[in-house]
Design a protein around this ligand. Structure first.
Ligand SMILES: C[S@@+](CC[C@H](N)C(=O)[O-])C[C@H]1O[C@@H](n2cnc3c(N)ncnc32)[C@H](O)[C@@H]1O
Length: 326
């Protein structure tokens, strides 16, 4: 791989920014996933003003990128360019078993585990009422009609619904699929989905306990993969998109349904949302990085201005994408 040359002053600034223990620890953490400032403080066990000073320096040198999301501020590694390459090369040479970095990784695991436990408890508590909670936000009929349109006419040979929850997407799209799998981390949610799927009379439909980050489903075997209102709960949405994309067969489609960026902080406080919606540019980049093409975004604005805009991002793999692009 050819390495692009950096201007000397940029290289010095980048190396200065990275050349300090706390800042190197931050870079090593952000290589694992994007993190909110408070989470970085918890892992490093340092005060927010101190951590923010380090983050500012890293951002000024182009090594990390700051992105506000409602009242929270997240950081991730700089997206591209020479500074990104430099960080990659630098971290590849650092021993991740170093006791300080290993302790940080352990603390990050605890932060993740807490996050997952809180979300799991929320879904367990709300499993039965989930459909009702969902309908508070948006006009379900319009969203479902748009999802049907984005999914294409079918029939689908194999439908995979990741984070299936109460199985609504399975009952909507399953009748047009020869085989369907709904996967979810919450057993309570899966129980609701089981009853719903049998009420609808879906026969070739399997409900599986599993994690969207490691589905253990075979690569490139589904002609329709759906991730409906799941990404905003996740610590590493880009990794979930990668795993979802991995499942899409040649000619198949991935549908991601979530919110446009918004400011409803109560969803974070009361409903375990981690991200307050997603920008088109982020989702499109994740889809393209995951090898899918022909990305389209549709927006369904709310009935009243205070509501939430639902977005449907559709991407395709290979054959169909090439045909449509022609
Ligand atoms: C808001 S519900 C949406 C459910 C369904 N897609 C719908 O729209 O009705 C989010 C679902 O994602 C599931 N979930 C959260 N994190 C997950 C993970 N890491 N792997 C699989 N499912 C997950 C939750 O258990 C929950 O059922």
């Amino acid at each position: 791989m050819s390495v692009m040359a950096m201007r000397m002053d940029q290289a010095v600034e980048a190396l200065r920014a990275a050349g300090e223990p706390t800042r190197l620890r931050i870079l090593a953490l952000l290589r694992r996933e994007e993190l909110a400032v408070l989470e970085i403080c918890r892992v490093l066990d340092q005060s927010q003003p101190r951590v923010s000073r380090h983050l500012k320096l890293l951002a000024e040198a182009g090594l990390v990128e700051r992105f506000p999301d409602g009242a929270w501020v997240f950081y991730r590694l700089g997206l591209e360019g020479q500074a990104r390459e430099l960080v990659g090369e630098l971290l590849a040479r650092v021993d991740m078993d170093d006791p300080v970095l290993a302790r940080d990784a352990g603390r990050l695991e605890s932060v993740r585990a807490e996050r997952a436990a809180e979300a799991g408890a929320y879904f367990a508590r709300n499993a039965a009422a989930w459909d009702e909670i969902r309908s508070l936000y948006v006009s379900e009929t319009d969203v479902e009609a748009a999802i049907r349109a984005a999914a294409g006419p079918g029939p689908y040979r194999r439908l995979v619904d990741l984070g299936t929850g109460s199985g609504r997407m399975l009952s909507l799209l399953g009748p047009h699929a020869q085989a369907a799998i709904g996967l979810d981390l919450s057993q309570q949610m899966l129980n609701i989905a089981r009853s719903r799927v049998s009420e609808v009379g879906l026969e070739a439909c399997e409900l599986r306990h599993g994690d969207i980050f490691a589905t253990r489903l075979p690569a490139q075997t589904a002609d329709l993969v759906v991730v409906h209102q799941v990404l905003h709960y996740l610590g590493d949405p880009a990794a979930a998109v990668r795993e979802a994309a991995r499942l899409v067969a040649d000619g198949g489609r991935l549908l991601i349904v979530d919110f446009a960026p918004h400011k409803h902080e109560f969803l974070r406080e009361q409903h375990q949302h981690r991200r307050l919606g997603f920008a088109d540019a982020d989702i499109e980049r994740w889809l393209k990085d995951a090898g899918l093409g022909r990305v389209k975004a549709a927006a369904l604005p709310p009935a009243d201005a205070a509501g939430l805009t639902v977005k449907i991002w559709t991407a395709q793999r290979g054959r169909e994408a090439r045909r449509n692009a022609a």
